[in-house]
Design a protein around this ligand. Structure first.
Ligand SMILES: Cc1ncc(COP(=O)(O)O)c(C=O)c1O
Length: 463
């Protein structure tokens, strides 16, 4: 029987290098859930280290929560890695909770009434009802593609309808892009902190994730080139306008360097544009800089509402057939009714009005957050939903999140966004748009500020 042999490329103590290699292998799917780690003596002989080194390494990995040792049987990779942080963020609502954990557009008093008007319009339109009950065909989707293309172009995101595929939203677009571009065991690069949906989808599609450092100008293109040299990847997923969770925007200089590198090394770019900022706050889309190798993912979730489950992806025409096949295999097509509602909403000018209101509301909420969290290391972006707060003093994100939850405020810890074995910074994401109104936001901010001012030292947990 062959055994899994880790590559110990790291300097420092051998047990630590081995523990990190195992953690990386688990995080990138090389060691899947349920897999048994090699017997300690065999691995020690293979690596030419002592059994004690392997025992210490296994104990470290167990402490990280990735494996469990079963007496007399061996050490096994646990199921559902990384799921805890995210499931806590999307946990059940409860009475009195101000939930700033989910990424939601600010509640507009007229949103539901507007939806009701489109439903009435459709219910009085026999052709629309006929389409809503029929399997959607390519020619009916052409109308929907055109509506999306017109609206995006008017928002400064010029697209050709022939390069669009209508999807069930951003999550669906990302999954389609990954399944069309990559095969199991291929590598997907992403910023070291990234959208949890892409981490989870990559895991499900058995892709190996490569974490790339980033700073306040976005992804570090020099580090990206070095990662590609060491572990070539087929695609890079990123959010150039508004990085989730940190709000960082990719600078124009880096966009150019990134596109040059993608062309030189021949990898794909998956550009997530789901967080839709005002035009004046956006840079040049990557799909315009490198149309031949970029898939742009868009959704109406952050404008019309997450329940709409509608969006589009823009891809080079050469990829369209592959993407269409993936979509058909998943669900044939997005529901015609939801696509029709989203399209009418965009074409009527109502979405623009909603968006203008949203940008104003976000600005007012950002003023409140800036005032409440002044003097702290906090980041926001014009038109964005989040405040990214790097915790002061000795605060630990996991403990703070727990304390805030007990006090009735839910926020997301950095841990929920970590790619692979990336160490989580002590930081939290506060979704300021998700509060039901400004009063609830003010109440939550007071609780956050009060909790931070208590500066509880870390608990003494072990000797
Ligand atoms: C960056 C990013 N991409 C994609 C999505 C998913 O979009 P959708 O709700 O349309 O599936 C989200 C949702 O929060 C997101 O934050």
């Amino acid at each position: 029987m062959t055994i899994w042999i880790p590559e110990l490329s790291e300097d420092g103590p051998r047990y630590r290098a081995l523990a990190h290699a195992i953690e990386r292998a688990i995080d990138n799917g090389e060691l899947p859930p349920g897999e048994k780690l090699p017997p300690q003596r065999r691995l020690a002989d293979t690596l030419k280290v002592t059994v004690g080194t392997v025992t210490r390494a296994y104990a470290l990995v167990e402490q990280s929560g990735r494996v469990s040792a079963q007496v007399g049987s061996g050490t096994y990779v646990k199921a559902e890695q990384n799921a805890e942080g995210f499931s806590r963020v999307i946990g059940a609502p409860h009475d009195g909770l101000v939930d700033l954990g989910m990424s939601l557009p600010p509640p507009h008093p007229e949103r539901q009434a507007t939806l009701g008007r489109f439903l009435s319009e459709i219910s009085a339109d026999p052709a629309a009802l006929e389409q809503a009950t029929h399997y959607p065909l390519d020619d009916t989707m052409a109308t929907h593609r055109q509506r999306y293309a017109d609206w995006l172009s008017h928002q400064g995101l010029a697209v050709d309808p022939d390069e669009l595929l209508v999807t069930q939203g951003g999550t669906n677009g990302i999954a389609l892009a990954l399944s069309a571009l990559l095969s199991p065991n291929d590598r997907l690069a992403a910023e070291a902190l990234s959208y949890p949906g892409v981490i989870s989808t990559a895991r499900q599609q058995s892709l190996k994730m490569v974490a790339v450092p980033f700073d306040d100008e976005g992804i570090d293109v020099t580090a990206l080139a070095a990662r590609h040299e060491r572990t070539p990847f087929r695609a890079l997923y990123l959010m150039p306008e508004h990085h989730n969770p940190t709000t960082v925007q990719l600078s124009e200089k880096r966009r150019e360097a990134l596109v040059a590198l993608a062309r030189e090394r021949d990898f794909w770019l998956i550009e997530d544009g789901v967080m839709h900022l005002p035009q004046k706050a956006r840079g040049t889309p990557l799909y315009q800089l490198a149309p031949e190798r970029t898939i742009f993912v868009f959704s109406v979730a952050k404008i019309l509402g997450g329940g709409m489950r509608s969006g589009v992806m823009r891809a080079p025409v050469a990829l369209m057939e592959r993407l269409r096949t993936s979509l058909r295999n998943q669900c044939w097509a997005p529901p015609a009714l939801m696509t029709d509602i989203a399209g009418r909403w965009l074409a009527s000018g109502e979405a623009d009005r909603l968006l203008s209101w949203q940008f104003e509301e976000l600005e007012a909420r950002q003023v409140m957050v800036r005032e409440a969290l002044k003097d702290l290391d906090m980041h926001m972006r014009c038109g964005g939903f989040y405040a990214w707060l790097v915790l002061p003093g000795e605060h630990r994100a996991a403990r703070l999140v727990e304390t805030l939850e007990q006090k009735g405020v839910r926020v997301a810890p950095a841990e929920a966004f970590c790619v692979g074995s990336t160490a989580a910074p002590q930081a939290i994401r506060i979704c300021l748009s998700a509060a039901p109104d400004r009063a609830a936001l003010a109440q939550a901010l007071n609780i956050i500020v009060e909790t931070l001012s208590q500066n509880t030292p870390p608990r003494w947990q072990t000797v």
